[in-house]
Write a new protein. Structure first.
Length: 157
């Protein structure tokens, strides 16, 4: 079940952080870059975030989280984390599909991930996101920006 998360609740922020830190550590290891900003976030950072957070509950246990920022024309997915014990159950896919189908409305959606994060790259590609550009964040470490649009095939460069 997917439901909104009230990140002003310190216990909930702690539960999100307990998923976020190990999930992003796995991504950091995959892409060879330990400087992912989410690895440095605290409970207070999450509680003060202006992002919209959604949680995926599996047997009443928080197992995955997606957050996004939005404006009139765009939804930017800021984080997607799944508890490592719940990998490969489709939780990340369901959270992204929820954002695409429920939150996005007719707006484009953007998301970024490390080029070497094969599972995330595969997920976004399978869900219809199109690579928009790549950029280097550290020597040898590239991020890919993906866009989901109602107008797939329109160039945004």
């Amino acid at each position: 079940m997917i439901k909104p998360l009230n990140m002003k609740n310190p216990q909930l922020a702690q539960a999100v952080l307990a998923i976020q830190l190990p999930a992003y550590q796995i991504e950091a290891d995959l892409i060879g870059f330990q400087g992912i900003p989410a690895l440095l976030e605290t409970i207070e950072d999450l509680m003060n975030s202006n992002e919209t957070f959604l949680g995926y509950y599996e047997d009443h246990q928080l197992s995955g989280v997606v957050s996004y920022d939005e404006n009139e024309s765009l939804v930017e997915i800021c984080r997607l984390v799944v508890a490592p014990t719940s990998f490969r159950k489709g939780i990340g896919r369901q959270l992204i599909e929820y954002v695409i189908n429920e939150a996005r409305q007719s707006r484009d959606a953007l998301v970024s991930t490390g080029q070497m994060n094969g599972p995330a790259v595969t997920l976004y590609t399978k869900l219809g996101f199109v690579e928009e550009d790549r950029f280097e964040i550290a020597p040898g470490v590239q991020l890919i920006n993906f866009r989901y649009s109602n107008n797939q095939g329109v160039s945004y460069s």
